[in-house]
Design a protein around this ligand. Structure first.
Ligand SMILES: [Zn+2]
Length: 178
């Protein structure tokens, strides 16, 4: 445990789905010592979450722990279960979503809109909160900030912008790092 990065602002519950939706080996670790499960995530994604929180204020990833066990399986309005890691057989999102590979987060900020974050990325892609990001998703009206550490051709040199059917909220295809 001493070698595991524990985020300052996020519990492991926020980054994982409810324990009943975890693979059995993860679920048993969860019930023993759930903070050990931070090891599932790359250090860089955990550091990035803390840096985003410090820069942009209150941030929600998952909130299933505020709901009932029955709702964990069924889903419920305003309940987020798959905004961090997503089970490989999860019904939501792409077959090879970076969420399934422990490399993506969907952040809902209270005090900052995704547009404000994208604007800052355009003017200062070298800011610490963007240092490890490889790709973001952007489209008009998007209410959450998706970032991931997925591969792309200009890995580390630029942040790749994934569109929704060509709509990337006016952002360029790639945001260059200086
Ligand atoms: Zn996402």
């Amino acid at each position: 445990m001493g070698s595991t990065y524990i985020p300052k602002y996020f519990s492991v519950d926020e980054l994982l789905p409810p324990p009943v939706l975890l693979p059995a080996p993860f679920e048993s670790v969860y019930h023993n010592d759930k903070n050990t499960l931070f090891r599932l995530f790359d250090y860089r994604i955990l550091v990035t979450l803390d840096r985003l929180r410090e820069r942009y204020g209150r941030c929600l990833v998952n909130n299933w722990h505020g709901f009932t066990a029955a709702e964990w399986r069924e889903g419920a309005p305003y309940m987020f279960r798959f905004s961090g890691w997503r089970p490989v057989d999860c019904c939501e999102g792409a077959a090879l979503s970076e969420h399934k590979l422990f490399r993506a987060m969907d952040c809902k900020f209270t005090e900052t809109t995704p547009d404000e974050i994208w604007d800052e990325m355009i003017t200062d892609a070298n800011a610490p909160q963007f240092e490890f990001m490889q790709r973001i998703e952007a489209f008009g009206g998007m209410s959450w900030f998706h970032f991931d550490m997925g591969q792309h051709v200009r890995y580390n040199k630029a942040i790749y912008v994934l569109s929704n059917r060509g709509d990337r909220a006016g952002l360029p295809r790639q945001i260059e790092r200086a």
